[in-house]
Structure formats: structure tokens, C-alpha cells
Design a protein. Structure first.
Length: 589
RNA sequence: GGGGUGGUAGUUCAGCUGGUUAGAACGCCGGCCUGUCACGUCGGAGGUCGCGGGUUCGAGUCCCGUCCACCCCGCCA
């Protein structure tokens, strides 16, 4: 149907007869001469209908409207002097139409197909076939394609096999809420859609496949966010006979390959290494944005010499006092400070103490600090005149949580966060367990198949909760610009260790057997040491695109209520379907 | 489950302390226009003010409820 693509008509085609097809991006009817910008995936080119070349064709051109699909035959020529469009790659040429055909018409549009459309998301998703015509979205999908291709190429080169795992699988305890699928042939029983192919990929290792990968859909029935969809894609990998260092090295090379191939960006520096403890101490979270500094400092040992009751009481109860220095923010108004205070209170802090460093220290609380103490605090924070010192005093986790969010907020306010900068970090030495206060039991921080560190195995077999809380995991997260883009671990490959793990998680042998028996059996039949990692593809591509939302890199995303405005899924089903499945509805009003 | 913002023409929005016939831009339809590329120009059509109640002589505007979209908290091993 065509000899050229619209965006690829160039000066070298001048004089030749070509045939192109595409959508009418814009038409300009001057009465005498009609211009149409014809668009296909490759770009735009201007076509000209002039009465001099063909009266009938020129007349018919008046019928064309936006988004009509047309086919054009004509000759390429240089545009007349003074009419070159510098802002268009094809702006030096135009196609003089000799023949054209309307291949399809288009009803009036619900919104303009245009990169800077400001149509609402729900309208765009309802007519996603129009929304996806916008070059800016196509660019994202193209980058996503290049990214997955680069992953596949790299992994293929490293001897990884792409192996599919079941989508209809088994519900497992722990983790997110499952999406369930009823089984018609087993009334009353349900499949679950996988939250990840975790167990299957481990079984592939036991089976001797040695290197597995899959770019695979995962499902979690939890509430949505700008960076969270109920179905999302992981680059999922598992390797046998490796340690965590070897895995991290491989992943680092892979990521650099992908950034170079898909984005043309060379990541030169080595990924930063942080232990979990370092990350928490210095940034208050396990996914710090390393594009800026503003590190936190623990000042508990200093403020214990003050007379500020809030701090002293917190310390007495086993809490801590940490602080951060806002560079150049000593001029903050009462309202600015109130806003910041409200922000941290939203995350559980009781308040935010502040001290401005001007010629003197300025704050309602300076009177509680003896001479010299404030200098020591200032020194520890690396603060100087003109800065604002902000303090949170609370339990360790609340303090860290609030200050890490405050740190990100200050990073934004001080405009320290630049796009097109990629700061990677590995976070390692995670605790194996996280204490669940509600249920009074340990939960796996990563997942229940994560191996404890060799040197902590002794603790692993001790009975007291305090020892157990000190066990570190052979787990590692990969962080990019303050976003967790992936994580993995060395897995448990010995049955007795896995049994012990379930025991510590409060999962009885019987339950473990019914839920994970097939994995436990496999571990008992010559399971090799193995480990792996999964990367969140959507989030990664989102960062690479500079997109604000994960929905901008997914062709058919769901709304915050986990619905699809295009297909209207989910929807009710017929009584017959329910009957076949043995399902009766009991909807709470 | 909770907090916030929004919902008025096809679209994006304005609409003041409640008051006559709800406006603008873009889009759409028609006319004019031979060098535009945000074309210009003249004219026209287009509204259940998300939905349901209430207050009032009178509600787009105030109150209550509800639905939807987005952002966040909880949740997401």
C-alpha cells in the first residue's frame, strides 16, 4: 500500500513518485490550496492538494477531516523558499498529490489526538485507541519494546532460557491478596493468579535448567497508586550455583547494557553499595534517592544533655532523635514550618522541632540547650549559617520514616533532583524477619524462601525472638533514583532450613506441606544452591521515559478502582456461568 | 477503610456574597480564502451544571448523601 513512511520522506526523495498512507493529523484548507499533515508511526509529512496539479483531486480533498485514514500518491518536492518548517524532520519537503483515496472516515473526536492534549485520563483510557495514536505515548511503548528486547538479548547471551510458568496456579499464604479464578472442573476450588513465579522458578533450578528468565505478568489484588497496577510485568530470573556477589555483578552488567541499547545512555559508575543499616541510618529508608545528599544524623547522644523534655522523654522510652539540615532554609516562615510539621505528622510523628541558624540560633526551643551543644549538633549535621535544622524524636522506625519523607520533600523544594540522572544502588544485608506487632509473629521481610546469611545460621536455630530479629538475609534490592526497581535473594536449598523457616514464621508443618509441599519435596531431591532476582519492568521503563505514572508505559492500564474504562472489565457474568462454577453471590451493600 | 483535589458544551476551563437568557477557548457544521504548518476570516449548532435528596420565593452556587477520576495514608512477602 505504500512505498515510504511519512516520517521518512527526506530530501533524497525529491523528484521521486511515492505512495504513503496514514492518518490526517491536521488539515489546512486555503480554498485554493489544501495542506494535510499525514501521520503514521514514523512521523509527519505535509501533503499538498493544489488545483494546478489535478482539479478533481483538489476538490475531493475538501472532504478530508481529522483522523481520516488516507492513501496518497504523488511526487516529492522541495518546499518553496521561505516555507520550510524547521520544527519538523520532514519540514524541507512536501508531497504533491496526484491521486488519493479515503481509506476510512472518522467520527468527530472525543478529544484531540495531540501530544499536549489535556483530556482526562478516564476519557483517554476509554478511547485508548485514539490516545495511543499520540506520538508521545507511542514513544514510551517503543522504548518499552527496546528495553525488553535488550533484556532478552543480554540474557540469551548469558545462557538464560526463557521458560513459561503457569498463570493458573495455587494460592499461597503471606504476601499480597490473590486474584482468584474459580475451577469449573473442581467445584469449590480456586486457582490464584501468580504474584510472581517464585516457586516455579526455584523448581526449574532443582530440575537442572540452571539459568531461567521470563518477562512475565504478575498479579496482586491491592490498592493502586501512580506506580502500582494490579497486573504488572517483571523481568524474572533465577540462577543455580551462584552467590549474591555473582548475581549482583551480572545484573549490573545487564542494566548497563539495557540503558545503552534502549536509551543510548552510558552508565559508567559502579552501583553504590549500602547495607540496610547504612541506608536506614543515613537516609531513613531502604530505597534512598542518591541524586542528592541531605543525609540524616542521629543526635540522640547529644540532645540527652539538653533540657528539652520532648527529646528526653523520647530517649527514656527507647526512642531516638534524628535531624536533617535544610540548606539555606533559615528564612522559612511560620507557615512553611507548619506545612512541614503537618507533613511529618501525617506519617506518624508527633511533631517537628526546628532551629534556624542565623547570626544566632533561632527557635522556641533553644533555651533548653546549654551553650556549645547547638554548635555540636550543627557540626554533626554539616549545617551552616542560613540553614534550617529539623528534628524528629520518636520510635526508631517512625523517626526514620518521617525524616526520609522529609528528606525527599526537601530535595524537591531545593530542586536538587534532576531528570536524566540515573543513580543506582544495591541495598544488602536486610534483616531476615520483620516483626508483626498485630499478630505477634515474625514475617519474612523478602519472602519465606530467602536464605539467612551463613554467619547468622547459629542465630537462625536459636529460640529467642531477640536473636531471631538479628538474623540477616542473603537478600539484595536494586534502587534507582529513590525507587525500588527490583530485588532478590539467595534461596534456601536445604529442606531442614526451609522447615525451620516455616516454623519461625508460625507456619505449621501440616500447612507448609499443603501449601508448599511440592517445593519442599523438590528441595529434598538434590536441589542446587540457587538464587535470583526480579525487576519491575513497568517502573524501570517509567523512570527511563521520565513518565509521571506507570500507566503511561502500559498500553491498556487500569484506573484506581482497578477497572478498565476501555473494555469495562470487570463486569457481571451470567447466572449460567455462576451456576456452572457453583458460585452464589452474597454482595454486602 | 481514611485524608485531599476535581466533576459545568464534544474537550479544557471560567462562572463573585444564591437572583433575568450559564460564558470563553479549542473542536464540530456551513461560507470565503493559492503557501499554511496553533493558518486566517465570517456565520451557526451545541448544556439533565455527575446523580439523588434537602434548605429557599429562587440553587451551577448553600447543606446531606452517593457515584466517578486523580494524588496520598493504610495495604502492596
Amino acid at each position: 500500500m505504500r512505498t515510504h513512511k511519512c516520517g521518512e520522506v527526506t530530501g533524497t526523495d525529491i523528484g521521486s513518485e511515492i505512495k504513503i498512507v496514514g492518518w490526517t493529523n491536521k488539515w489546512r484548507d486555503h480554498g485554493g490550496v489544501v495542506f494535510i499533515d499525514l501521520r503514521d508511526r514514523s512521523g509527519l509529512v505535509q501533503v499538498v492538494f493544489s488545483p494546478e496539479s489535478d482539479e478533481a483531486v483538489h476538490k475531493a480533498a475538501h472532504k478530508v477531516r481529522n483522523e481520516y485514514v488516507i492513501q496518497v500518491s504523488g511526487s516529492v518536492r522541495a518546499r518553496p523558499e521561505g516555507t520550510v518548517n524547521e520544527s519538523l524532520p520532514t519540514g524541507a519537503v512536501e508531497v504533491v498529490v496526484k491521486e488519493f483515496k479515503i481509506l476510512n472516515e472518522c467520527k468527530p473526536l472525543p478529544f484531540m489526538v495531540d501530544d499536549d492534549t489535556d483530556a482526562s485520563e478516564s476519557l483517554r483510557y476509554k478511547h485508548r485507541y485514539l490516545d495511543l495514536r499520540r506520538p508521545i505515548i507511542q514513544k514510551n511503548l517503543i522504548l518499552r519494546h527496546k528495553t525488553t528486547k535488550a533484556f532478552r538479548d543480554y540474557l540469551d547471551g548469558e545462557g538464560f532460557l526463557d521458560i513459561e510458568t503457569p498463570i493458573l496456579t495455587k494460592s499461597t499464604p503471606e504476601g499480597a491478596r490473590d486474584y482468584l479464578v474459580p475451577s469449573r472442573t473442581n467445584p469449590g476450588s480456586f486457582f490464584a493468579l501468580p504474584q510472581s513465579p517464585q516457586i516455579f522458578k526455584q523448581i526449574l533450578m532443582v530440575a537442572g535448567l540452571e539459568r531461567y528468565y521470563q518477562i512475565v505478568r504478575c498479579f496482586r489484588d491491592e490498592d493502586l497508586r501512580a506506580d502500582r497496577q494490579p497486573e504488572f510485568t517483571q523481568v524474572d530470573m533465577e540462577l543455580s550455583f551462584v552467590n549474591s556477589e555473582e548475581i549482583m555483578t551480572l545484573i549490573e552488567h545487564m542494566i548497563k547494557h539495557v540503558f545503552k541499547e534502549a536509551l543510548g545512555t552510558e552508565i559508567k559508575e559502579q552501583f553504590v553499595r549500602l547495607t540496610y543499616k547504612d541506608a536506614m541510618d543515613r537516609y531513613g529508608c531502604d530505597k534512598p534517592d542518591l541524586r542528592f545528599g541531605l543525609e540524616l544524623a542521629d543526635v540522640s547522644d547529644l540532645v540527652k544533655d539538653s533540657e528539652f523534655k520532648v527529646f528526653l522523654d523520647t530517649l527514656k522510652r527507647g526512642g531516638i532523635v534524628k535531624a536533617i539540615a535544610g540548606k539555606g532554609l533559615a528564612g522559612y516562615s511560620r507557615k512553611d514550618l507548619d506545612d512541614l510539621t503537618k507533613e511529618v505528622q501525617g506519617y506518624g510523628a508527633k511533631g517537628l522541632a526546628w532551629i534556624k541558624i542565623k547570626d544566632d540560633y533561632e527557635s522556641p526551643i533553644v533555651k533548653f540547650f546549654p551553650d556549645g551543644l547547638l554548635d555540636k549538633i550543627k557540626e554533626r549535621l554539616g549545617a551552616e549559617k542560613g540553614d534550617l535544622m529539623l528534628f524528629v524524636a520518636d520510635r526508631v522506625n517512625v523517626t526514620n520514616d518521617c525524616l526520609s519523607r522529609l528528606r525527599n520533600e526537601l530535595g524537591r523544594r531545593l530542586e536538587l533532583i534532576s531528570d536524566n540522572v540515573y543513580k543506582f544502588a544495591w541495598v544488602t544485608d536486610f534483616p531476615l524477619f520483620e516483626w508483626n506487632e498485630d499478630e505477634k509473629r515474625h514475617e519474612a521481610m523478602h519472602h519465606p524462601f530467602t536464605s539467612p546469611m551463613e554467619e547468622d545460621l547459629e542465630l537462625f536455630f536459636k529460640e529467642d525472638a531477640e536473636s531471631q530479629s538479628r538474623i540477616r538475609a542473603q537478600a539484595y534490592d536494586i534502587v534507582l533514583n529513590g525507587c525500588e526497581i527490583g530485588g532478590g535473594s539467595i534461596r534456601i536449598h536445604k529442606k531442614e532450613v526451609q522447615d525451620r523457616m516455616f516454623h519461625l514464621l508460625g507456619i505449621e508443618a501440616e500447612e507448609a506441606n499443603s501449601k508448599f509441599g511440592f517445593l519442599l519435596d523438590a528441595l529434598d531431591h538434590g536441589a542446587p544452591p540457587h538464587g535470583g532476582l526480579a525487576l519491575g519492568l513497568d517502573r524501570l521503563v517509567m523512570i527511563m521515559c521520565g513518565a509521571r505514572s506507570i500507566r503511561d508505559v502500559i498500553a491498556f492500564p487500569k484506573t484506581q478502582k482497578a477497572a478498565c474504562p476501555l473494555s469495562n472489565a470487570p463486569s457481571e457474568v451470567s447466572a449460567k456461568q455462576l451456576e456452572e462454577l457453583g458460585i452464589k453471590l452474597d454482595i454486602k451493600e
